[in-house]
Design a protein around this ligand. Structure first.
Ligand SMILES: [Zn+2]
Length: 672
């Protein structure tokens, strides 16, 4: 539930050669931006420092990466029940193209690029469905030809027709299962039936009244013909007492790779991995709880992984975990800033602008790292967050703390792959643009780290309150807003000078202004992701609109100028901006601490959810002229095990395929 996406980069992105991220290791010959498909940029992810790792660490990363790849189809299936069937047909056509007309192949290739990036037909950011841009007949002809070419497709015409009939509405009908998730589908429409994801089958929210889930995170709920609810747990099974569940086969493969990894892990990490394996077998919530404790306890291992049913954004109810994996190692060069926040977490908690009763008397267990991520799959790849804070379990967090990571090489890739054009478009004048240019990298790094390290970790919840359970579908956006507000509150604080993160008072003031300006502009520029409709669904986008809209309505912090028919959101008063952030943070913290759902709902409905359609249309027009990508899918590095004659691993090499299609066809097995 706690991830930062690169939406802060919205109004654009650029390379600042003096920035802390423009580091010595970056190689100018690297090709970052590989491809563009509609509003998606496809970018190669690079890893710095891999070769300096020990063979043991590299081998560990290798096995964990195999575990990451082994589970990715789970997420593809969770996201949409037709996805694996669609993939198997379209990838077979792509790999057996002889005699199929070029236009059809091009349409299928384009569709699959979007599919690969989003792990299915629906966009990761807008939740809306992409369509295949050829005729139904052209697809049928192509499939028949591919079958003749030896594709793994039914040679029998009736069989093939049946298979294509089944996926036809998904590919061609714009009104069929349009959204993977809809948390606000409109009056009288149920959030579960309006969401096309595969976490529920034939179930409405009303069906769940009084139904207690045994496996809240790792199960699918199905309503049978007799109206009975069935909970299908995801697990491999253990013995006759714990039978195999849903996704048993991929989970068994994940376990196999995790077990290969364990001998190369530190004792602390080996304990966590062992607990994870046990949980994958039983599927029991208590075992997941135990795993989370072991995972949080392992604070010092240089290599780490996230692997499991973790984030709940895709579920309109905010309960079911989407499968994901990330494999990463410490980035010592960039650890310094994060460590400073972690070491001073108590100071920040003591200076929070919210009521004293909601402050933690001792903030503990904060662990924050800058990392180089080597592999991300499932819900965290190819579209990746730039910061992660886990575990989500409130009880574990309260008692044992949490771990935060900031994905250095992802942030670097964003910067290297993008241009300055879009920012120039939405800055009011040269002074604002130059401030943005000068401060973007450092301000973003500070904001992301404060969001994760002192943001999510902060604040005390009242006894007996489970804010997520009380606030329900508005909780994620509220909590993301809270973490952003903490970062925005402290971004101009002299403490940053004392910690050696900013040089002097002048720099601090200028950076604070630049950060507020960027955040203010973003409420406009993020609208480009809402191509149609009148509401925002994604939680981070909601929280950002909430903050800026609230400031605009309740303070004198923001002014809107129009010049030559173009709208500009500007900072009118830095002090008012800062005071507004303090006031809103105090209120948001109170809402969380008390589990005050009515207030959360009012904040969301008044400020976060509904968009100004006229403004959105203007933003879309201006972006259309700029031709900027709206989000990014990353091609992952490839690891290769070098073995001796006896099969022992003697080295792990890393390479960069620079081609999404090659990687995806290899991973699915469509092409070796
Ligand atoms: Zn967050």
């Amino acid at each position: 539930m706690r991830r930062v996406f690169a939406l802060l980069l919205a109004a654009a992105t650029l390379v600042n050669p003096n920035a802390i991220w423009a580091q010595e290791s970056a190689d100018d010959s690297r090709k970052y931006l590989l491809d563009r498909v509609d509003d998606v940029a496809i970018v190669q992810l690079y890893v710095d420092g891999f070769d300096q790792l020990t063979l043991k660490e590299k081998t560990l990363i290798y096995h964990l990466s195999q575990a990451a790849i082994a589970g990715r189809d789970i997420y593809i299936d969770q996201r949409y029940r037709y996805s694996l069937r669609i993939r198997s047909v379209l990838e077979q056509i792509l790999t057996h193209p002889d005699g199929i007309d070029d236009e059809t192949i091009a349409a299928i290739r384009k569709y699959m690029k979007l599919f690969w990036v989003n792990n299915g037909p629906h966009s990761s950011l807008t939740a809306q469905k992409n369509l295949l841009e050829c005729s139904d007949q052209a697809l049928r002809d192509a499939a028949r030809q591919a079958a003749k070419n030896g594709a793994n497709l039914p040679a029998d015409d009736d069989e093939l027709t049946k298979r294509l009939d089944e996926i036809g509405p998904v590919l061609f009908d714009p009104n069929f299962e349009t959204h993977v998730t809809q948390k606000s589908p409109g009056e009288g429409i149920d959030i579960l039936t309006a969401s096309a994801n595969n976490l529920y089958d034939n179930v409405t929210t009303a069906d769940l009244d009084g139904f207690k889930e045994r496996y809240p995170l790792n199960s699918q709920l199905v309503k049978g013909d007799d109206g009975q609810l069935i909970e299908r747990v995801y697990r491999s099974g253990l013995d006759s007492l714990v039978p195999a569940g849903m996704y048993a086969e991929p989970i068994t493969n994940i376990i196999k790779h995790l077990e290969s990894a364990i001998p190369f892990a530190t004792p602390e990490m080996a304990r966590a991995l062992g607990a994870l394996v046990h949980y994958y077998r039983t599927g029991e919530a208590a075992d997941f709880y135990g795993y989370n404790i072991a995972w949080v306890a392992d604070k010092d291992s240089p290599v780490d992984t996230i692997n499991g049913f973790i984030e709940v954004y895709m579920d309109a109810r905010g309960m079911k975990g989407s499968w994901e994996s990330a494999v990463y190692f410490n980035d010592p060069i960039k650890m310094d800033m994060i460590q400073k926040f972690a070491d001073n977490a108590q100071w920040f908690e003591d200076h929070m602008p919210y009521d004293k009763q909601f402050r933690k008397e001792s903030v503990k267990g904060i662990s924050a790292k800058a990392i180089q991520v080597v592999m991300e799959t499932g819900d965290s790849g190819p579209v990746t967050p730039i910061g992660i804070n886990l575990p989500n379990d409130a009880a574990v967090r309260q008692r044992y703390g949490s771990k935060s990571v900031s994905l250095s090489n992802v942030m670097e890739a964003y910067e290297k792959a993008s241009t300055r054009t879009a920012r120039a478009e939405f800055c009011f004048d040269d002074a604002e643009f130059e401030r943005a240019d000068k401060w973007k990298s450092i301000a973003l790094a500070l904001e992301v780290n404060m969001h994760e390290v002192i943001g999510h970790a902060s604040g005390q919840v009242n006894a007996g309150i489970d804010p997520a359970a009380s606030i329900k579908e508005y909780y994620s956006a509220l909590e993301e807003g809270r973490a952003d507000l903490v970062a925005l509150y402290f971004i101009g604080n002299p403490k940053l000078i004392e910690l050696g993160l900013v040089d002097n008072e002048d720099d601090l003031r200028e950076m604070q202004l630049a950060a507020y300006e960027a955040y203010t502009r973003n409420v406009m520029t993020q609208l480009r992701r809402i191509k149609s409709g009148t509401t925002i669904e994604e939680d981070h986008m909601r929280n950002r609109q909430m903050i800026v809209s609230w400031l605009a309505v309740n303070t004198g912090a923001i002014k809107v100028d129009v010049r030559d028919g173009k709208t500009f959101f500007r900072v009118a008063d830095v002090a008012a901006w800062h005071q507004g952030v303090a006031d809103l943070l105090a209120e948001v913290q109170r809402i969380k601490s008390e589990g005050d759902r009515p207030s959360a709902e009012r904040l969301m409905k008044d400020f976060a959810i509904n968009i100004n359609v006229e403004l959105r249309d203007e933003v879309l027009r201006r972006y259309a002229d700029l031709d900027q990508p709206a989000y990014t899918g990353f091609v992952q590095p490839e690891l290769h095990a070098v073995t001796d004659d006896d099969g022992n691993i003697t080295d792990i090499t890393i390479s960069y395929p620079q081609d999404l299609e090659t990687q995806m066809l290899k991973w699915s097995g469509a092409k070796q």
